[in-house]
Design a protein around this ligand. Structure first.
Ligand SMILES: Nc1ncnc2c1ncn2[C@@H]1O[C@H](COP(=O)(O)OP(=O)(O)OP(=O)(O)O)[C@@H](O)[C@H]1O
Length: 648
């Protein structure tokens, strides 16, 4: 990784101490905060408009700058007269190590539940991912934990040599060369998978393999992702933060410093795929379509496609110490209830801290949506991701606790409001500077997700939490999933209808980060207007509402449109984009006003062609955030009476 590579998600320090367009301060994820990139004028950028690498940039007006490496979409490259153009990066390569061809294990769909059940057992035990199940099996000490005993027994039935996938990985965890240098293993023999009645390897169904060296994480020092088994006093969070601080680039969160006793995450190492047949997957997902709920607040979930999510922080190792009981918390009041969880405000009896407890609802939805004993796949996914991710704009899940009936609760930081509820109680919409403050935080959170190869897939105002210090955090990761390149088909039944991108509404199975950006556009409009932008009652109605405002798309403005499954339908023909009418530059009618630049950004979020839709990096750098009124500092955001804190 190139040292000093700028964090594209630079935080605008004018938040707290004024606006200095000419002296933009850039943070580096390697912790060299406040290094100045210099002037933000065009002279600072390459001729393609991308910033130069700071360590190459010796100062304003320096000769030869055009040859210096520049940064585009987080990729370092050289400008064309500097030989190398920024790589055209439509899709990112996944940092998950899929490329161990010999070790790639695919498990037929009928068996995936078995494995995920085991994963869940360990989650209850309470490790949180398939990778940890594999770790646990391979680690005698851990297996001795009484909490884990039962689950480990179950896994032991698969025997350690049968699960060489796991144990083999664990044994060689200290080898940095493992990813690239380990000799091809005759996987079948080593795994002994013939004996595994629950696993079925399907060699001929390997997806095209990718090599870590192709990824943006690749560097000379590429080493396998290591998880520190710190048994010292480092809290999982600190451990995670430490790893984050030491990683100079967002994408490198997944490479944690190795040390004695460190081990690899087998989910990375082994590349266990629990999906074996994409066509079947689509078929199943099409089945799901028939049960699509059409109400604006409903969401539909796909089955688990277990490419284990990327886990930048991966703080779950310390959780092997055993999870606490929910009775260590005093329940204060119910905050809200969603499809997959009931959220309570509670007090940690030990520390006195107020937290939010999200109780996982069992047996929710269709049978395919939960594991054999009723644990929703979406909750497993959410816990796995949220335990791992640490970012100021992502809600912090501190731990998982259980009650006497084996119910699982996520212990989250408590946030006073969700943005949807807040807007319903507000008399006036947010001001432009407040919207900018919220949007910047939202975009920073989305950038963190996209940098870590995760699509949220359910961004909406009720999934944005706000505290009384003006901090916004994204929650509800039940729909999120990891993505990679080449894109694989996923279900299009994601994202709550009102925030769902047109490609999803038209049935696209291959989609990427652009679906989140559409949702961000809908959120921006809603923040400005204090009401949802497109509130359809069905998929068709949703499309009609979009087309009536933005104009009916054509193959010309959206190449590939006609190939989408839903594009044949006879939609309303509306040739013009009327969005400006809803967000005029000046208004005497109470419509929310939006400057030219603000409208430009909104239009870029709501661009039909996902290939042309604005990326999170470009949105963060949009000029709207630099024009007056400037984004309000978080500290100056208005406070609102708490929605949920009844009596206490
Ligand atoms: N950490 C928190 N602090 C305060 N309130 C929260 C917190 N997390 C969630 N909530 C509240 O609970 C609601 C539901 O939470 P969440 O979206 O995570 O549940 P869900 O069951 O996954 O919902 P959905 O039906 O949208 O899938 C949120 O909209 C918010 O009002």
């Amino acid at each position: 990784m190139a040292a000093g590579r700028p964090d594209v998600s630079r935080r605008r320090e004018y938040y707290s101490y004024g606006y200095h367009k000419k002296e933009e301060v850039v943070r580096y994820k390697n912790g060299s905060r406040d290094a100045k990139l210099g002037h933000r004028g065009d002279d600072h950028k390459c001729k393609h408009g991308y910033p130069f690498l700071p360590n190459e940039h010796k100062g304003r007006g320096q000769a030869g700058l055009d040859d210096a490496p520049c940064v585009k979409n987080g990729e370092v490259s050289k400008c064309d007269d500097g030989v190398q153009l920024p790589p055209e990066k439509k899709f990112k390569f996944s940092p998950i190590i899929w490329d161990l061809e010999e070790k790639e294990v695919r498990i037929s769909s009928k068996n995936r539940i078995a494995l995920t059940s085991n994963a869940l057992s360990c989650l209850k035990s309470p490790a949180s991912s398939v990778s940890e199940v594999l770790n646990i099996v391979s680690d005698g000490d851990v297996a001795k934990s009484p909490v884990l005993e039962n689950q480990v027994k179950a896994l032991e039935e698969l025997s350690s040599d049968k699960l060489l996938v796991a144990s083999g990985s664990a044994e060689s965890t200290t080898s940095d060369s493992r990813m690239s240098l380990s000799p091809p293993l005759p996987q079948k023999e080593q795994i002994g998978y013939d004996d595994l009645d629950k696993m079925q390897l399907e060699d001929d169904e390997f997806v095209p393999t990718k090599n870590i060296s192709m990824s943006r994480w690749a560097s000379d020092s590429d080493s396998p992702r290591n998880i520190s088994l710190s048994d010292g006093e480092d809290s999982p969070k600190r451990e995670s933060q430490a790893s984050k601080m030491s990683t100079p680039e967002s994408g490198e969160f997944c490479r944690e410093s190795s040390g004695d006793g460190s081990r690899l995450s087998e989910s990375d190492e082994v590349g266990v795929h629990l999906s074996n047949d994409e066509d079947a997957e689509i078929e199943l997902e099409e089945d799901v379509m028939h049960t699509d709920k059409t109400h604006g607040d409903d969401t539909d979930f796909e089955r688990l496609e277990v490419e284990e999510p990327i886990v930048p922080g991966h703080r779950s190792m310390n959780m092997l110490e055993g999870c606490r009981s929910v009775f260590e918390f005093e329940r204060l009041n119910k905050i809200n209830e969603g499809t997959y969880g009931i959220v309570y405000r509670a007090r940690d009896k030990k520390t006195g801290k107020i937290v939010a407890l999200k109780k996982v609802k069992m047996n929710v939805g269709r049978k395919e949506d939960y594991l054999e004993y009723g644990f929703p796949i979406s909750s497993l996914r959410e816990i796995n991701i949220l335990l791992s991710f640490i970012h100021p704009a992502i809600v912090d899940v501190k731990e998982v606790v259980m009650d006497d009936h084996n119910s699982v609760y996520m212990v989250m930081e408590y946030m006073e409001h969700d943005v949807k509820g807040l807007m319903e109680s507000m008399k006036q919409p947010f001001s432009t500077s407040e919207v900018k403050c919220l949007m910047l935080q939202l975009l920073e959170g989305v950038k963190y997700l996209h940098d870590n190869w995760v699509l949220h897939r359910d961004l909406k105002t009720s999934n944005l939490l706000l505290d009384n210090r003006g901090k916004l955090k994204i929650c509800d990761f039940g729909m999120s999933r990891q993505y990679g390149s080449p894109l694989k088909p996923y279900t299009s039944l994601v994202v709550t209808l009102w925030y769902r991108a047109p490609e999803l509404l038209l049935g696209a199975k291959k989609y990427s980060t652009a679906v989140d950006m559409w949702s961000v556009g809908c959120i921006m409009a809603e923040l400005l207007a204090k009401k949802p932008l497109f509130s359809g009652t069905s998929e068709v109605d949703q499309l009609e509402k979009i087309f009536k405002t933005l104009g009916t798309p054509t193959e010309k403005i959206w190449p590939g449109l006609s190939k989408l499954p839903g594009a044949k339908a006879n939609f309303v023909k509306q040739p013009y984009n009327l969005l400006r009418k809803r967000f005029p530059a000046a208004s005497f009618t109470g419509s929310p006003v939006l400057s030219e630049l603000g409208f430009d950004l909104l239009n870029k979020f709501l661009t039909y062609d996902p290939e042309k839709r604005i990326t999170v990096d470009d949105a963060l750098n949009h000029e709207w955030f630099w024009e007056v009124p400037l984004p309000k500092s978080k500290e100056f955001m208005p406070t609102f009476p708490p929605q949920h804190a009844q009596n206490r």
